[in-house]
Write a protein that binds this ligand. Structure first.
Ligand code: CAA
Length: 241
């Protein structure tokens, strides 16, 4: 029977590539998005992947949303916590709203979403929780006290969930992409990207969303059952953790 996957932030950027890769591997996929109806509709038309709209920073919305997906596709075996935002600015200029928005979407969503599916995964004796952190959660990044804190939190969350569920057939792993060619990275000031980021990437280019999607597809597969609590860096050599 086909496995069922939810991919948050699954209609654009890295998330869209993940949704497509899992579908190609035979999963029934639900891609969750928050705001961009036009992008979601285009993604659905292009891929045939089911799209669902809710805010992953809202616990009650996650509970209702997961219930709706399960009614449509069946019990969720695979959760990809991919949704993420930036509100880059130096800490000495950062507002509480900028701090909170990033922590809510990038970190609290892991609780909000994983909590909905973890009991069922344990009961059925199989599950895959894959979260997308960042190189900047590993090494820190100027202008990203909020983002780096949230992404470091994703790594700690994953390690705890891995330990708690290892005996239940449920793995939890985290991927740390480097700078990937998405709208998020295109929003970095051009001179900063060219002068301060690209020269630090040993492979000499940005990554592609599909290169992260292949990591997710592997960790989601039955073949990856012995890998849990792992942090997989995919950053072109920019940071060797
Ligand atoms: N790496 C290295 N140096 C950086 C840098 C970075 N990522 N970001 C900024 N700097 C440097 C700038 O080159 C500049 O250096 P010089 O003074 O020598 O020219 C200095 O910091 C100050 O930068 P600004 O003049 O731009 O200062 P600002 O106050 O206007 O803005 C900033 C500061 C908000 C940090 C802005 O520079 C910025 O947005 N930088 C990009 C931050 C970044 O890398 N964000 C990652 C977004 S992509 C992402 O988050 C995905 C992921 O997981 C990797």
């Amino acid at each position: 029977m086909a496995r069922v996957a939810i991919v948050t932030g699954g209609t654009r950027g890295i998330g869209a590539a993940i949704s497509k890769a899992l579908k190609a591997d035979g999963f029934k996929v639900a891609a969750v998005y928050r705001g961009d109806d036009a992008a979601a509709a285009a993604f659905k038309a292009e891929t045939g992947v089911a799209v669902h709209k809710w805010d992953v920073s809202d616990f009650a919305a996650c509970a209702a949303g997961v219930k709706a997906v399960e009614a449509e596709l069946g019990a969720v075996d695979t959760l990809v916590n991919n949704a993420g935002i930036t509100r880059d600015t130096m800490l000495h200029k950062m507002t509480f709203e900028q701090w909170k928005a990033v922590i809510d979407v990038n970190l609290n969503s892991l609780f909000n979403m994983t909590r909905q599916v973890i009991e069922g995964m344990r009961e059925r004796g199989f599950g895959r929780v894959i979260s997308i952190s960042s190189i900047n959660g590993q090494k820190g990044q100027m202008g990203q006290a909020n983002y780096s804190a949230s992404k470091a939190g994703d790594i700690g969350f994953t390690k705890a969930v891995a330990l708690e569920n290892a005996r239940k057939g449920v793995t939890a792993n985290v991927i740390c992409p480097g700078y990937i060619e998405t709208d998020m990275v295109k929003a970095v000031p051009k001179d900063v990207l060219e002068k301060s980021i690209l020269p630090l990437i040993p492979v000499g280019r940005l990554g592609q969303p599909e290169e992260i999607a292949r990591c997710v597809a592997f960790l989601a597969s039955d073949a990856a059952g012995f890998i849990t609590g792992a942090t997989l860096s995919a950053n072109g050599g920019q940071y060797l953790a």
